[in-house]
Design a protein around this ligand. Structure first.
Ligand code: FAD
Ligand code: SF4
Length: 544
């Protein structure tokens, strides 16, 4: 007898997740003229580039809490975590604010920093004995980095050839703010190299989006001035070949044999019904924490330990950038004010082969200070003299540092009991092994402190944030053989014919630089190669 609560559907290709990766793949399918593409997204639609939301955002004091996507974060009760970042297992992991469930995914509130990885990042094992090497080199990926920069609307310094580049950035680098001056002087005094941080912000209008007008409210942009994952889906609206279904958490992948995926099962949050979709192929684009959880939760007679998990590697090697800060106080005699809503000064002086063994550091300047909210002071009834005095008073100057992660087999994400409000299993993160070397961290913090002291700052102090999942990666890593990884270099789950993963989860290792540009470049590399199964399925260049 048929279960009245179960509905059957069919699609050609199912894409799980509508974030940056899912929307990229949907765009590729559409550009190739493939029909029957179904994007299943657990979260809701989220209004972006909406002037009324922008007014609310600004009038309420800005920040991420006053945005429509803040309602789509994990809640504190959605995670069970043991172990922390450092050897003393402190501070604990935090995933609240580390990803977004909804149309467009986590890039709705990303910083838009898009540095390339360095050539040595593709060969960590050869250089240090840690983890595994990537199955290809930087030069293999370089042409696709150029395409990815175009897709994301990158602004950058085309004269900066470290790492080497074969094409200029689509847009010029944003200028340094005037407040970067003291940092630059200190870097020069200490012989620390610095440069422009490449950003995903449109220098000119790109399709229906942008240009970036340097409004400075990047937590919610009024003009869609930077790339966000919803934009490619907006371009696909009205395209009958691609259907995007919201409130549709995929709860299982169904196999018809050991190799062959039959389709997926999702929960229709609106009707409460279970929907079984038959599909020719399934592409998992649901993020580095959810991809392994879904594979592990999809047990069958063919894969009793979860799909792709015959070697107990799914969800392992969980890596994430550790974020540090160094902060000091100094009179703001020049009356610096925040000019840009995004970082533009960075240093990759410690992001070189010499630092690979101890962990590499990517340094950036905090662009948000000094910043006096004059309107608030006026509203509080302060006099002109008081405001002028506050403008030049001692204030905080800060540097941030992203530290690369150590790949550790024992660090793992798995599905936990219970579900979150999006219908997905709660998340369990166990990180018994340290994610970074604490001695290296202290050394780097000392260097960042020295920069601030050289600027003339006093009360210099440094620290770390709770280990965040913003750059979670490596949980279904790519390798040349199944005993070392979960997906092939062609992004196909080992042992399957028609199951693919496009996510930070496939990265073999996570260096210091932000991961998303590399994810797009990797997707291009595989999907534009007609010799790969994914390439023969979807390969086409989507509209940037
Ligand atoms: C605060 C913050 C700042 C960041 N800044 C930067 C930066 O400056 N530079 C950079 O390179 N990176 C940055 N990142 C990381 C960047 O956002 C990610 O690399 C990127 O979003 C990954 O894209 P994705 O498509 O793989 O995953 P996501 O964008 O997370 O999309 C996954 C989607 O899948 C959906 N989903 C999950 N499970 C299921 C399921 N079972 N069924 C259906 N749908 C599902 C989710 O709801 C989500 O919409 C930042 C991240 C954060 C949190
Ligand atoms: S600075 Fe930020 S908020 Fe302003 S237009 Fe550019 S991306 Fe949008």
């Amino acid at each position: 007898m048929r279960d009245a609560n179960v509905v059957n559907e069919s699609a050609n290709i199912v894409i799980v997740g509508s974030g940056l990766a899912g929307s990229l793949l949907a765009g590729m399918c559409a550009a190739r003229g493939i029909s029957g593409v179904l994007v299943l997204e657990a979260g809701p639609d989220i209004p972006m580039g909406d002037p009324s939301w922008w007014f609310h955002h600004v009038a309420s004091g800005g920040g991420t809490p006053n945005t429509p996507y803040a309602a789509c974060y994990d809640a504190a009760q959605d995670i069970t975590a043991t172990g922390g970042a450092g050897p003393k297992a402190e501070p604990p992991w935090s995933i609240v604010g580390g990803r977004i469930f909804g149309r467009g995914g986590t890039t709705l509130h990303w910083g838009g920093w898009i540095p390339r990885f360095m050539p040595e990042d593709f060969a960590l094992c050869s250089a240090t004995g840690q983890g595994i090497d990537w199955p290809f080199s930087y030069s293999d990926l370089e042409p696709f980095y150029c395409m990815a920069e175009k897709y994301l609307g990158a602004s950058g310094d085309s004269t900066d050839n470290s790492p080497p580049r074969s094409q200029p950035y689509p847009y010029d680098a944003a200028p340094y703010p005037i407040s970067a001056g003291p940092f630059i002087s200190a870097f020069e005094k200490l012989s620390i190299g610095y440069g422009h941080l490449p950003m995903a912000r449109y220098g000119q209008a790109s399709g229906d989006f942008g240009p970036c007008r340097t409004t400075g409210t990047c937590d919610y942009c009024p003009v869609a001035g930077r790339f966000t994952g919803d934009q490619p889906l907006t371009l696909l609206r009205g395209n009958p070949a691609v259907t995007v279904r919201m409130g549709a958490p995929v709860i299982a992948i169904r196999m018809s044999s050991k190799q062959r995926v039959a389709g997926v099962t999702y929960l229709d949050q609106t009707s409460g019904r279970i929907v079984q979709v038959d599909a020719q192929a399934v592409i998992l684009c649901n993020g580095a924490l959810e991809v392994p959880k879904l594979l592990l939760g999809s047990k069958s007679i063919y894969w009793p330990g979860g799909i792709g998990n015959d070697h107990d590697l799914v969800g392992r090697f969980l890596s994430a950038t550790q974020f540090f800060y160094s902060s000091g106080q100094m009179p703001n005699l020049a009356g610096f004010q925040e000019e840009l809503g995004f970082a533009s000064l960075c240093s990759r002086a410690f992001d070189t082969p010499a630092y690979q063994k101890k962990g590499k550091l990517f340094i950036s300047m905090n662009y948000e200070t000094p910043n006096l909210d004059v309107a608030k002071w006026m509203a509080a009834g302060k006099s002109v003299q008081e405001i002028l005095a506050a403008r030049v008073a001692a204030t905080a100057f800060q540097l941030y540092g992203n530290l690369s992660a150590i790949p550790q087999y024992d660090n793992r994400v798995t599905p936990d009991t219970g579900t979150n409000r999006f219908g997905l299993p709660r998340t369990r993160i166990d990180t018994p092994a340290p994610l970074y070397d604490p001695d290296s961290a202290q050394e780097y913090l000392g260097i960042m402190n020295r920069v601030l002291a050289t600027m003339g700052c006093s009360s210099v102090n440094a620290g770390t944030y709770p280990q965040r999942s913003d750059h979670a990666a490596c949980t279904t890593r790519m390798a040349k053989d199944a005993s070392n990884g979960v997906v092939t270099p062609e992004l196909q789950v080992f042992g399957t014919d028609n199951l693919f993963i496009v996510s930070n989860s496939v990265m073999p290792t996570l260096p210091a630089a932000n991961p998303t540009l590399t994810l797009v470049a990797l997707a291009y590399k595989v999907a534009l190669d007609s010799n790969t199964a994914l390439g023969s399925l979807v390969g086409s260049v989507p509209k940037p």
